[in-house]
Design a protein around this ligand. Structure first.
Ligand SMILES: [Fe+2]
Ligand SMILES: [Fe+2]
Length: 203
């Protein structure tokens, strides 16, 4: 099975494909996309750091997430490099309506492990959606350097997606994880459906 096929099997968990108009309008606003993307990488690194600090007693979690922090920060550096190369400014973070909406779905209360599961599943979902969007960029934009750049990132984020799901199933009953994952997928599809398609955001 090729990497693309195996990823498709794993990634097609997503219930709603990205609106086909998105990639065209994103390409026209590539500076905005790169800035928003840089912050996505920063948030991915920060969120892993938060989990490491909050669940510092879970050795496998700490040991698995620590190198992911470094990878996400490496992605941040590489996006920044793409901006600098093009004479583009980094600038302030943009409002992230997608992540705000996903955060609203995180279950409050419950056990510590339930909290961990919620955050790992939310992270997995963001990885899956990012992977889908990177794939669209790598296949559709004219800039060949960015095509390659996004193809590489797509592979890396797919790996993170798998890691987050596996970690969730290590610390929580896998059947419960699967059931909750389905709820997250349905919710994400609703969020996306209700969002205006805009080319200045990665999500
Ligand atoms: Fe990343
Ligand atoms: Fe990632």
């Amino acid at each position: 099975m090729t990497w693309e096929e195996s990823t498709r099997q794993k990634m097609l968990h997503l219930k709603l494909p990205t609106d086909p108009r998105w990639v065209g309008i994103a390409e026209m606003q590539i500076e905005e996309i790169l800035v928003d993307h840089a912050y996505c990488e920063q948030k991915a690194a920060s969120s892993c750091i938060s989990l490491i600090l909050r669940f510092n007693d879970l050795d496998e979690l700490v040991d698995t997430l620590t190198p992911i922090v470094a990878e996400e920060w490496g992605h941040f550096e590489r996006v920044l490099e793409q901006l600098r190369k093009r004479g583009m400014k980094f600038g302030f973070p943009r409002k992230d309506d997608y992540v705000i909406k996903l955060n609203e779905f995180v279950k409050k209360g419950g056990s510590r492990i339930q909290h961990l599961t919620e955050h790992l599943l939310m992270n997995a979902l963001i990885e899956a959606r990012s992977c889908e969007r990177f794939k669209l960029l790598s296949k559709n934009i004219a800039d060949q350097e960015l095509q390659k750049f996004y193809y590489g990132l797509m592979i890396s984020e797919a790996g993170h997606f798998v890691t987050f799901i596996e970690l969730a199933k290590k610390y929580q009953d896998p059947e419960k994880v699967t059931a909750r994952w389905k709820e997250w997928l349905d919710y994400e599809a609703k969020v996306l459906k209700n969002m205006v398609v805009r080319g200045d955001r990665m999500h």
